[in-house]
Each structure stands twice: as C-alpha cells, then as structure tokens.
Write a protein that binds this ligand. Structure first.
Ligand SMILES: Nc1ncnc2c1ncn2[C@@H]1O[C@H](COP(=O)(O)OP(=O)(O)OP(=O)(O)O)[C@@H](O)[C@H]1O
Ligand SMILES: [Mg+2]
Length: 207
C-alpha cells in the first residue's frame, strides 16, 4: 500500500486572546490519497481555514500549532524548517485563498506574478515561464490570455480574478491543491471542469 499524499494527525491550532486560549482547530485527523478529492465541511468559524493554513506555515499572528503532524512526501510540514515549508508551498502544495486579493499582488501584472512564481521555484527559464503563464490562464478559461497577462489584477473582472488566482495556484502543477474558497466550487461547476481543467480538475496536478 502506498502512503497517502497528505496525512494529517491530531492537528491542534490555538490563538491566545488575552488570558484566554481559543481552540481554533481541536484534533483534526484525515488523509488524502493521490488523485483523491477531499471536502472539509463545517460551519463558519469551525477551523477549516486555520486547519489548512497551519499546514503551510501561514497562520495569522497569534496563531500557534499546539500539536499534530502533517506528513507530506516524507516530511512533517509542522516540524519542518520554515525554508523547507516555503519550498513545498506553492510548488508541491498550492492553495486558493478565501480572499482573492491575498494571492494576487495588486501592483504587479499577471505575467510578472506568474513567471516570478515559476522562477522562484526554479521550474523553468524566462521564456518558457511566459508560455506556461499564458497556458495557465487559458486552462482556467480566461480568453485572450496573452493580452490579459499584461494586465494588473484590478483590470480584471471579479470572475476573471478568481480564475487568475486558480491559474496562479495551478501554474506550478502542484501535487495537491487546497481550495479554501466556496466560489471556487461554484466556478468549477460553471466552468465544467473537464474542459477547464481536464480530468475534473485533477489532470493539472502532478501524479
Ligand atoms: N487572526 C485571528 N485571531 C484570532 N482568532 C482567529 C483569527 N483567525 C481566525 N480566528 C478564529 O479561529 C477560529 C477558526 O477560524 P477559521 O477562519 O479557520 O474558520 P472557518 O471554518 O474557515 O470559517 P469560514 O467558513 O467562515 O471561513 C474562529 O473561531 C476564528 O474566530
Ligand atoms: Mg474559512
């Protein structure tokens, strides 16, 4: 039997609020196999976002991982050094954030954001990065991708911004995509994933 792609065990996240300790995530355990899609459902404030942000070292100030393990490809992300987590984040595990503007820099063109992301992770050289960036926009159904690449996020429609954010997550062909965004599910439904991201959204992922 092969190991799961992601194996989260007894994850606990808390926030110190004055004298009180707020338990945002209290003993979360699950696994995700390669090729599998897992939906985490829970009421507002139940810890869905903090549960996944903790995996990528992206807890807001005051947030702390109390205990737990998160095994991804032989590494416990919760015990790994920050630079190790940075190499995994965006490359092996990508995240579509709940807030679109968190992932897109408003002062930088889409081309620069997508290509710098690829180059930071040393995935390819400059000219190939531009090709890949255009392809990533086309894959999520953004028309005229070459022209859109030269735009800033604020010049896009809201829906296109959502798509650009998904393109940003998918451009590195991560092994695991975390989508913390209800509208992404709606968008996926509307796009009809088989055309937008062949294979129900999973084909863009590396096996
Ligand atoms: N920066 C913060 N400081 C203190 N507490 C926080 C902070 N961010 C989140 N929390 C608390 O952590 C708990 C879990 O929040 P989280 O954002 O994970 O919920 P969620 O399940 O994603 O909710 P939603 O469905 O509304 O997105 C909540 O009680 C929230 O108030
Ligand atoms: Mg949330």
């Amino acid at each position: 039997m092969t190991a799961p792609l992601l194996d989260v065990r007894d994850l606990r996240v808390s926030f110190q609020q004055g004298k009180n300790l707020l338990r945002a995530v209290d003993g979360l355990t699950y696994t995700v196999d390669a090729g599998q899609a897992l939906a985490i459902v829970g009421e507002s404030g139940s810890g869905k976002t903090m549960g996944v942000r903790a995996l990528l070292g992206l807890l807001p100030p005051g947030g702390k991982v109390e205990s737990g393990q998160a095994w991804f490809g032989g590494t416990d992300l919760l015990a790994a050094r920050p630079e190790q987590v940075r190499r995994v984040r965006g490359r092996e595990v990508a995240m579509v954030f709940q807030n679109a503007m968190q992932a897109l820099n408003p002062t930088v063109t889409l081309q620069r954001q997508l290509t710098e992301h690829l180059r930071w992770h040393r995935i390819c050289g400059r000219s190939e990065a531009v090709e890949r960036a255009a392809q990533a926009l086309a894959d999520v159904g953004i028309p005229e991708p070459r022209r859109r690449l030269r735009m800033y996020p604020f010049q896009l429609s809201g829906g296109m911004r959502q798509r650009a954010m998904i393109a940003m997550a998918m451009v590195t062909r991560p092994r695991l995509l975390i989508a913390d965004e209800p509208t992404w599910v709606l968008l996926a439904g509307r796009l009809s994933l088989p055309t937008a991201l062949p294979g129900g959204g999973r084909a863009g992922l590396r096996p």
